[in-house]
Design a protein around this ligand. Structure first.
Ligand code: XBP
Ligand code: MG
Length: 239
């Protein structure tokens, strides 16, 4: 059996965006608001346990005594920082320095040629996808995807299954007809909670994570051998 759709996570799965993309943009936002906070590579790795940039900021502030005490003020600061961060990220990735991870374009092209729909299922903002994808897939990137489910569509972030359930609804598919491709434990949990089988392509920040319940776990889509459609279908038995 072939899946009828591949549901692609973005950050860490399609491209390594976190360390040199989102993390730097958060730090630029802190600087722009004259805040002393800076997230180094390891700190950011720990914060990635929380999906969603605004949620990540709030979780960070919860442990600090130099953050606003009042919940509303904290929320407003997180929103303001996140707006600045989103702008900074778009400017960073617009240079086209971030490329697709190995095998992503090849597998997507093969799946499209075989009539398998492609969808994006991400907790990141739509603006970030629109900024990243022209550099990754070229100017005609939108034609690749049947639908994009981003943070604005599904405000409950992974591991909540909301984004995956919405993608299935838009595609008119049952969970067993789709295959999710993810890089993080939260992404895997979200797909599984929606009843969708999920393969893992390990990203830098989740290289050592446990992925119990994944259909397969690989270092990327090219290693140790290119993941082709035939292998994808074998790993996708009829229920
Ligand atoms: C991605 C995220 C996002 C990005 C930053 O998770 O959690 O928060 O880190 O983007 P996933 P925003 O790959 O599981 O979708 O700041 O727009 O949230
Ligand atoms: Mg991810």
């Amino acid at each position: 059996m072939t899946p009828r759709a591949l549901l692609w996570d973005v950050d860490g799965t399609i491209a390594e965006t976190e360390r040199d993309g989102h993390r730097i943009a958060f730090n630029q936002a802190f600087e722009a608001m004259a805040l002393p906070w800076r997230w180094d590579v390891d700190t950011y790795g720990r914060l990635l346990e929380i999906s969603g940039g605004r949620e990540r900021l709030l979780a960070f502030m919860a442990d600090r005594d130099d953050a606003p005490v009042e919940v509303r003020a904290r929320d407003e600061l997180a929103r303001a920082l996140h707006r600045l961060k989103t702008k900074a990220y778009a400017e960073r990735v617009a240079h086209g320095d971030i490329h697709a991870r190995p095998g992503v374009v090849r597998l997507m092209d093969a799946a499209l040629a075989a009539g398998i729909a492609q969808a994006v299922v991400t907790t990141t903002s739509t603006a970030n996808v629109e900024a990243l994808f022209p550099g990754v897939f070229g100017a005609e990137w939108r034609a690749r995807f049947a639908t994009l489910v981003c943070a604005e569509d599904a405000p409950r972030k992974k591991p909540d299954p909301q984004a995956y359930l919405m993608a299935l609804e838009r595609l008119g598919l049952r969970p067993t007809e789709a295959l999710a491709i993810e890089d993080s434990p939260n992404g895997l949990a979200a797909a599984r909670a929606a009843g969708i089988r999920c393969g893992i392509t390990r990203s830098a920040y989740f290289a050592g994570a446990a992925f119990d319940g994944a259909l397969w776990v690989r270092d990327d889509l090219e290693t140790p051998e290119p993941l082709g459609l035939a292998a994808l279908c074998m790993a996708f038995p009829a229920l």
